[in-house]
Write a protein that binds this ligand. Structure first.
Ligand code: ZN
Ligand code: ZN
Length: 336
């Protein structure tokens, strides 16, 4: 079977591998679609903190069941999506239902080989029927679930003013689910094309381009109060540090993106606000379900979000082009 492997940062090769053999509680699935994620781009560029090479990337996948264990809720031919965060089920986080931050987490395409291939085996419990959604939509559930999780974690309310800093796919996912909760949402980014997308496709209430007067603009939008909830989805330590000043007194700051560095903040500024600082990591089955329901209800502009398509065999030649901001990529989908 054709497999694309990231040998070392910057090097992708297409090669033939033998078909994997299904373990006792695993399904064998035929991979159909794989979304390309910021995580994959970080693996490719060597900026992913939890990774050893070589690695087969790809964790945003949909597929069709080839083989399932006897008595499984899945049968051959079922269209499925996969929760790529394989959690252990017995650590402190799993015992508290927080499978998204399992101590022993194994993320497909990060800690173990992922979906840039034709066939994959996955423990059955992480595979869900893609009912009422297309294979393209099913491959987009994961990144949207990250946004749904962050919004649920912040407990965003309809009367709240929300700021999303960084409008890559994850920031867009956060914006989408904050809007679905009825909040008033402002997006902040350097890129005018991304901000225009947020207004046109995602219904952002306001957008501000990062620049000399952005703080005044954010202040004016909130009568000087700033924001009940600020989400960082930039992947940039300086931006993460800067975001503390955008929190309203009594507000929350949710760090969705992760960086390799330490970040610091002024304790007097943090304390006078009695700010709540939250990390948001991955997503749980509940968040995946929230996304699928929103898709079925037609609340997700998935066709607009899927800006690019490529075939698995073309990944080694076309992948680096997806990094170019000029390409206008929001979500690229690899067809297997
Ligand atoms: Zn992802
Ligand atoms: Zn665990």
């Amino acid at each position: 079977m054709l497999t694309v492997i990231c040998e070392t940062p910057g090097t992708l090769s297409a090669l033939e591998r033998t078909l994997p053999v299904r373990g006792e509680n695993e399904v064998l699935l035929r991979v159909k679609r794989v979304g390309v994620c910021g995580t994959d781009l970080h693996i490719f560029t060597g900026n992913q903190p939890y990774l050893a090479y070589p690695r087969v990337m790809g964790h945003e996948l949909s597929g069709v069941i080839e083989e399932a264990p006897e008595g499984s809720h899945l049968v051959a031919g079922d269209a499925v999506y996969v929760m790529p965060y394989l959690s252990c089920g017995h650590c402190i986080a799993c015992r508290r239902g927080k499978t998204n931050c399992c101590v022993n987490i194994q993320v497909l395409g990060v800690h173990r080989d992922g979906a840039f291939t034709e066939y994959l085996t996955v423990p059955e419990q992480f595979v869900h029927k893609a009912e009422g959604i297309t294979l393209d939509q099913a491959a987009m559930v994961e990144f949207l679930a990250i946004g749904a999780h962050a919004v649920r974690r912040a407990d965003v309310k309809a009367e709240e003013r929300v700021l999303v800093v960084g409008t890559g796919p994850i920031g867009m996912a956060v914006l989408t689910f904050a809007k679905l909760r009825g909040a008033t949402v402002t997006a902040l980014d350097t890129r005018a094309d991304r901000l225009a997308f947020c207004t046109k496709q995602l219904g952002a209430d306001a957008v501000v381009q990062i620049g000399e007067h952005d703080v005044e603009q954010l202040s004016a939008l909130t009568e000087g109060d700033f924001f009940d909830v600020v989400f960082d989805a930039t992947g940039n330590p300086k931006a993460m540090e800067r975001g503390f000043q955008f929190i309203a007194h009594g507000g929350k700051y949710v760090l969705v993106s992760i960086v390799r560095d330490s970040i610091t903040f002024s304790d007097p500024e943090f304390h006078k606000r009695e700010a709540t600082l939250l990390a948001s990591r991955n997503a749980t089955a509940e968040d995946f379900d929230t996304v699928v329901k929103a898709m079925r209800a037609g609340h997700i502009p998935d066709q607009a979000l899927n800006t690019h398509r490529l075939a698995l065999a073309d990944v080694p030649t076309l992948f680096s082009g997806l990094l170019n901001p000029g390409a206008g990529v929001v979500k690229a989908i690899v067809e297997c």
